[in-house]
Design a protein around this ligand. Structure first.
Ligand code: SAM
Length: 318
């Protein structure tokens, strides 16, 4: 695939992620009344191990994020990198947990689609309008800026353009900032993701980075996962960093971050409260325990912080 087709395939992954999330929500894994505003219902059922995997992913990211919101008392910013059709802003608003400002970034084409949905669906637009104060809300086809929610179209591989666009929307580098990259870095070369991590570490003095993506991709199971993605023309340019938990941790440490952790999703699943496990394991019968465990060992969540204000970000863990 040429570079444009490769980017197109990467954008297609955004659709995949939200269709899977919507399906898991429809089965009852977690609540998200907003996801249906962004994607159609899946044509076919998703396998129980996929749904459980998505549950652990959404839970894992949200667990770390809530710990960050608690340490900063919501006096912070969130920057969701490669946010796709993520609904976190709306869910946080419902829980009364909005940061001072919530930013999303994705390719302009994806952002245009998201803005179109926001404009045409009151459950999405109302919370943005309600939380807005001051001058009129800025909205065009490729960006939207309100007091608490902002979305910008940018290519994450060009951090100076990214920073310029975010600053136009009043990004405040001195506020504690949480950056999230959920299944995003793997689509960039190791050099490009290193640059993005370095940019984030050098721009925000008090910050935390959460990265969710593949890991242990060098074994047989990992190779099959890669082949499946490549068959769909998806370029996993960054997959070499996904060779091990240690490589994931090292990337964070080498690019300006401190207190880096990386754990596989089986570990996250094992740390779930017993009541949650019981509830979700009753939702669907899972035949292939071993397949589930293998799948979970091939995804990880990594996080790191920088904490010159001593907010205690280094203590955040599962
Ligand atoms: N984070 C969302 C989630 O977990 O539901 C979406 C994940 S999807 C697998 C990857 C997203 O990253 C897509 O929306 C894609 O467009 C975006 N993305 C990948 N590379 C990007 C880049 N260089 N610049 C901007 N967005 C990018």
């Amino acid at each position: 695939a040429g570079p444009d087709e490769a980017d197109e395939a990467v954008r297609g992954t955004c659709e995949d992620a939200s269709v899977c999330k919507r399906f898991a929500v429809s089965v009852g894994y977690w609540e998200d009344p907003y996801i249906q505003c962004f994607v159609r219902q899946a044509k076919e059922r998703k396998a129980p191990e996929i749904n459980r995997g998505y549950y652990a992913r959404v839970h894992g990211v949200s667990y770390l994020l809530k710990a960050f919101l608690k340490k900063t008392e919501c006096n912070c910013q969130i920057v969701n990198l490669g946010a796709g059709m993520d609904t976190l802003f709306w869910r946080l608003k419902d829980e009364n947990l909005l940061p001072r400002k919530y930013f999303e970034v994705d390719f302009p084409m994806i952002v245009a689609r998201k803005i179109h949905n926001i404009k045409s669906k009151p459950p999405l637009s109302k919370p943005i309008i309600e939380s807005h104060s001051g001058d009129s809300l800025l909205i065009d086809s490729h960006s939207l800026d309100s007091s608490r929610y902002s979305i910008v179209g940018a290519d994450l591989r060009f951090s100076s353009d990214l920073e310029e666009k975010l600053k136009k929307h009043n990004l405040d580098v001195h506020l504690p900032t949480l950056l999230i990259a959920e299944c995003v870095l793997v689509y960039m070369t190791p050099q490009q993701s290193a640059n993005l991590l370095k940019w984030a570490a050098s721009t925000f003095p008090v910050a935390m980075f959460i990265n969710y993506e593949q890991v242990n991709m060098t074994d047989r199971f990992g190779q099959i996962m890669i082949e499946n993605l490549q068959r769909r023309q998806c370029n996993l340019a960054g997959v070499e960093v996904c060779r091990s938990l240690e490589a994931q941790r090292e990337r964070l440490l080498l690019n300006g971050w401190e207190n880096a952790h990386a754990i596989d999703m089986m570990k996250v699943y094992s740390s779930l409260p017993q009541a949650d496990v019981k509830r979700i394991e009753e939702l669907e019968f899972l035949d292939e325990k071993e397949l589930f465990e293998q799948l979970m060992q091939h995804y990880c969540i990594c996080w790191a912080s920088k904490d010159s204000s001593n907010l205690g970000l280094a203590d955040i863990t599962f």
